[in-house]
Design a protein around this ligand. Structure first.
Ligand SMILES: NC(=O)c1ccc[n+]([C@@H]2O[C@H](COP(=O)([O-])OP(=O)(O)OC[C@H]3O[C@@H](n4cnc5c(N)ncnc54)[C@H](OP(=O)(O)O)[C@@H]3O)[C@@H](O)[C@H]2O)c1
Length: 354
């Protein structure tokens, strides 16, 4: 039996986009037809080269948005630095299904965006879906799936641990590492919008349990660097710096969704600049879901250790793969904004291959 194939465009080739691009080149279910880049150094390069594969795809990266929108394609994996709803709507209205890793993730919190996306889906006769490792998997579809193992649920807690020295990312300075701890506590660096992006995942879990969230409360705890900590920005990026002793070396954001007067879902984000912080908390990079109730359970989601014995943090490549593997289901879904709940069990074809 020949498998149905999907003509796909990769929009942006950062860490997330590159993982999806590699998947589109290697998975025979996809036929890569376009790659949009903003970096002038990438324009004209073969998609294979951008994905770390041989430069033999024949698909050359372009920065021409109009040419990409005019392409004949079934779907777009949309992974730019910042998601732009108007661009998403142009892609949808041009008849391309879209999976976005930057949201919007569910209809509840941004009704204006939802209405625009719904209208564009209707115009193009296509679907829109958003997912990623968190939001979009570890805090919603994963715990929701695990709730099937429960008799009674008291509290769902989802943890993200990232050691940002082992797993360098661009967000280090932006996130306020290296700032004065009191100043950061008074004015946190993480956008006040952030809990609401994650609240979309919380709302999805609550919806799946037949409940509604009343409010989301936030708490920030800071750990101090106990010595100077040098850091880089990661593969292929120039720059970096030093987190000075006594400044912010760890941040624990805690967001709690309340239901019927009690905490129902709590997300913990433990982001650390290595082990030299006080208080010393767990820095093994992973996602972890704990469901308190009857019977209580715990699941840890982490990479296998590499040859050096260290487990890499795969949150960014996983984000690209989650969007990529959902695309066939998004293409087959009824037109409109489709959440995990609408998609049901996604069947990621083309993964088992020689
Ligand atoms: N839902 C989740 O769980 C989750 C998790 C992680 C990240 N994300 C989202 O995924 C997206 C990509 O993350 P990433 O780690 O891949 O980031 P990244 O490595 O910094 O790459 C972002 C890419 O966006 C393009 N870009 C750069 N500047 C831009 C600009 N001013 N306007 C538009 N595009 C620009 C560039 O593409 P080219 O290099 O191709 O020119 C860049 O490589 C972000 O929106 C992030 O919020 C979601």
């Amino acid at each position: 039996m020949t498998e149905k194939t999907y003509r796909v465009i990769q929009w942006a080739t950062g860490v997330v986009g590159k993982a999806a691009l590699k998947h589109f080149i290697e998975n025979p279910v996809f036929d890569l037809v376009g790659v949009l880049v903003t970096n002038p150094g990438k324009v004209g390069k073969d998609a294979g080269e951008l994905a770390g594969l041989p430069p033999t795809t024949g698909v050359l990266a372009t920065d021409d948005v109009e040419a990409i929108i005019a392409l004949d394609a079934d779907c777009v994996h949309y992974a730019p630095l910042v998601a732009d709803v108007d661009t998403i709507c142009r892609l949808l209205a041009s008849g391309k299904n879209v999976a976005s890793v930057g949201g919007p993730f569910s209809p509840q919190h941004y009704p204006a965006h939802f209405e625009k996306i719904e209208a564009a889906c209707r115009a193009g006769g296509v679907s829109y879906h958003a997912c990623g490792v968190h939001p979009g998997f570890s805090g919603d579809i994963l715990p929701l799936t695990l709730t099937r193992l429960m008799n009674r649920i008291d509290h769902i807690q989802v943890y993200e641990f990232i050691d940002k020295v082992q797993n360098p990312m661009i967000y280090t300075e932006m996130m306020g590492f290296g700032r004065d701890p009191e100043a950061l506590l008074a004015k946190p660096s993480r956008s006040p919008e952030a809990p609401y992006a994650f609240a979309q995942s919380m709302a999805m879990v609550a919806e799946g349990l037949g409940k509604t969230i009343e409010k989301v409360t936030t708490r920030l705890e800071v750990a101090k660097a106990t010595k100077d900590i040098p850091y880089t920005l990661g593969e292929g990026r120039e720059g970096g710096g030093v987190i000075r002793q006594g400044t912010v070396g760890g941040q624990h954001y805690e967001w709690t969704a309340w239901c019927e007067g009690k905490p129902l879902i709590t997300y913990h984000f433990y982001w650390s600049m290595g082990p030299d912080i006080e208080p010393q908390w767990d820095i093994d990079s992973r996602y972890q879901v704990v469901i308190e109730g009857d019977p209580a359970l715990e699941v840890r989601l982490m990479a296998r250790p590499g040859p050096d014995g260290v487990r890499p943090f795969l949150g960014l490549p996983w984000t690209g793969l989650l969007g990529a593997t959902a695309l066939p289901a998004v293409c087959e879904a009824k037109p409109g904004f489709v959440t995990h709940i609408d998609l049901g069990v996604v069947q990621p074809h083309g993964l088992v291959r020689g």
